[in-house]
Design a protein around this ligand. Structure first.
Ligand code: WTA
Length: 645
């Protein structure tokens, strides 16, 4: 590597291991002959170039893999860009494509969902059984007056009932808004109120590392301040005692009792919203990312088939939670639309035993494992003998998602889990993109730590702030240059935020907020977010959201928050606080603040440290310059703060 290349690449600077990344970009891992022979797509570059020649034709072909009640008359409508519309005139339904389409086919008796919790309780549902469960909920919800277009919040653990609830909403045409069950009552309340949700689905509780977590009380605390909520539907999950108010609460079992196992599926226009999923942005208010019935499933199913190379007997385990987009697209909708078996594990994959993840792979004969770098790093730190204890011949493909995977973790995953013959597919994407966007296929020659190149039909690039291409090896902003079917349609109730966040930063392209570089072979190395976003163990949090939680404490006058590198979690929070007069910055207050933020946001806000300071670096307009805080913290020269973008 020349000095010049290193200097250029340093500009990318999300902290740590750039030398490793550069070295990694030199070595290519070729796919095994067997993989190529069996792959759905055999020639990666050809597939990419053919899709590029005529993307609309390509996506139109992809859309034909779904069932449509009425065909579209136009593939893409750009007339109100960037509010792009796809498959105009077409009618379909997301839930129909996941479940109903399989009824009366041989797939109906196949296991759709296998679930297990920390206590070892295991359940299985065939496609037919899922259809019945969903239909009973559909009928129950209709009895409560739920209609097409209503919003329904779902705050549940990773259990089959969350899938049933989501599918039931989609079937009626009501939008679900799943809120990760690790969020606090305040965070839940804000999301319910933003969407004016009418119903909330929850469970009595859940398990986490042997501890019973009470979810119902969190919901109770939240809905106290949510005037739109008419009913709370509670699934019995871990049978713990919970408060129950018969005027508002209904047990899920009672809702579905005596309901018919048949129900009508709403014919939805392709552009009708299917769900809203809140994600962090640059302000303290989360954004409701809206996805639709037509385009979203097109992107999810195509990536499912081509990246995950689906075969009829696949057992797909995505270890995410349905509370994030990864869970929506690749625990629930993707595997079900592809007609394979998906696994839902309620708990953390290193509990009850540290090697539980490998026991599960062995027990359920998982063929595709899709997980996050944080988990891979945690497993790596526990030693090679843990996976080595297990026989995992069923595994075909390994996936990574949610944050940059460092070459060291990539290689460990490839060598120790993949036995140097199964591809590691590093998939880059976002809540806003709906499906995998930059990713290898199983036949792609790989580089450790690179998501390789854009998926066929996706045009992505690295540009500077003026929208100009940057040379190979130089850092810049990741953008998507043309619309794609599963793209975000708008920010719920805030179209101006959609425009401002994604389309105003660099003219004419979709701004992802990520930074990275392309190497000389055109391989993408995505390094992290611009400095207003955090990725903690793959979970996305806005710095502004965390700062606003800090200043809601009576002791804090001002606060600046940054992400600092963490060997396992990728990034953790460090906060710099200016205290109000009369407060003393001691350890007691530190602990109190950490607890306060955890209570305001939820356990996802993993805090490394709180520092008490007298001043914060600011721009002339008063904006806190987090990049200066970060440069100081990481010991980078302040003059070179461009390195942090
Ligand atoms: C990050 C998760 C590097 C990125 C699917 C993105 C990644 C954000 C990768 C979206 C990857 C996701 N390599 N970074 N393979 N995958 N990211 O919305 O910063 O929870 O913008 O969606 O995660 O997070 P979100």
């Amino acid at each position: 590597m020349t000095k010049k290349t290193l200097k250029k690449a340093k500009k990318v600077g999300a902290g740590g291991e750039l030398t490793d990344v550069l070295l990694a970009s030199k070595k290519i891992y070729k796919p095994a002959v067997k993989i190529t022979k069996e792959a759905v797509v055999k020639d990666w570059e050809k597939a990419r170039s053919e899709a590029d020649k005529d993307p609309l034709k390509y996506w139109e072909e992809a859309a034909k893999d779904l069932v449509w009640f009425k065909p579209w008359t136009q593939v893409l409508d750009k007339s109100q860009k960037p509010f792009y519309k796809w498959f105009i005139g077409g009618q379909t339904n997301l839930a129909y494509n996941a479940i109903d389409r399989w009824l009366n086919t041989p797939c109906e008796d196949k296991i759709a969902i296998m679930s297990e919790d920390e206590t070892g309780r295991a359940r299985k549902f065939t496609y037919k059984e899922v259809a019945r469960e969903v239909n009973k909920i559909v009928n129950g919800l209709k009895g409560l007056g739920v209609k097409k277009g209503d919003r329904i919040a779902i705050y549940m653990p990773n259990i089959p009932e969350i899938a049933f609830a989501m599918l039931a909403c989609a079937k009626i045409g009501a939008m679900h808004s799943v809120v990760y069950a690790g969020y606090s009552a305040t965070a839940l309340q804000d999301r319910i109120n933003d969407a004016s949700a009418k119903i909330v689905f929850t469970a009595d509780g859940s398990w986490r590392r042997g501890k019973a977590i009470n979810l119902k009380t969190v919901v109770d605390e939240a809905v106290k301040n949510c005037p739109s909520v008419e009913k709370v539907i509670v699934a019995k999950n871990n049978n713990q005692e919970v408060p129950f108010n018969p005027a508002k609460d209904i047990w899920l079992a009672d809702l579905v009792k005596d309901q018919s196992t048949e129900s009508q599926c709403a014919a939805m226009d392709a552009e009708d919203p299917a769900f809203v999923l809140y994600t962090s942005g640059t302000t303290s208010k989360p954004k409701g990312v809206v996805h639709v019935h037509g385009g979203y499933p097109v992107g999810v199913l195509r990536t499912m088939k081509w990246i995950w190379d689906i075969k009829d007997n696949d057992i797909f385990w995505c270890t995410a939670d349905p509370g994030w987009i990864t869970g929506h697209s690749y625990i629930i909708y993707g595997p079900l639309m592809a007609g394979v078996t998906t696994i839902m594990y309620e708990g953390t994959p290193d509990f009850p035993e540290q090697d539980h993840i490998w026991s599960m792979v062995e027990k359920y004969k998982v063929t595709i494992l899709y997980t996050a770098p944080t988990l891979i790093r945690a497993m790596m730190s526990l030693g090679d003998d843990l996976p080595d204890k297990h026989e995992m011949p069923s595994l075909r493909l390994l996936g990574s998602v949610g944050e940059p995977i460092n070459p060291k973790a990539w290689k460990w995953y490839y060598e120790h889990i993949g036995k140097s013959k199964r591809p590691v597919l590093d998939t880059w994407w976002q809540t806003e993109t709906g499906c995998n966007m930059i990713s290898p296929l199983p036949v792609t020659p790989l580089k450790a730590g690179s998501a390789t190149k854009p998926f066929p039909g996706i045009q992505a690039d690295i540009l500077d702030m003026k929208g100009k291409k940057v040379p190979a090896g130089s850092g810049g902003y990741l953008v998507i240059k043309s619309p794609w079917p599963s793209m975000i349609r708008t920010v719920f109730n805030a179209p101006e935020r959609y425009l401002k966040t994604y389309w105003h930063e660099i003219k004419g392209v979709f701004f992802t907020g990520d930074i990275g570089f392309k190497d000389k072979d055109g391989y993408f190395f995505i390094q992290g977010r611009t400095d207003d976003m955090l990725k903690i163990a793959g979970h996305r949090l806005g710095t502004a959201e965390v700062e606003s939680a800090f200043v809601s404490h009576p002791a804090v006058a001002e606060c600046g928050v940054i992400g600092v590198p963490d060997e396992i979690k990728g990034e953790v929070i460090k906060a710099f606080c200016i205290l109000k007069k009369g407060f003393v910055g001691d350890d007691k207050l530190k602990d109190e603040l950490k607890l306060h933020v955890r209570h305001t946001i939820g356990p996802v806000a993993v805090m490394k440290d709180v520092a008490f300071v007298d001043s914060l670096p600011k721009t002339r307009s008063g904006k806190i310059m987090r990049r200066i805080l970060k440069a100081k913290e990481l010991g980078l020269p302040l003059g070179d703060t461009s390195a942090l973008i």
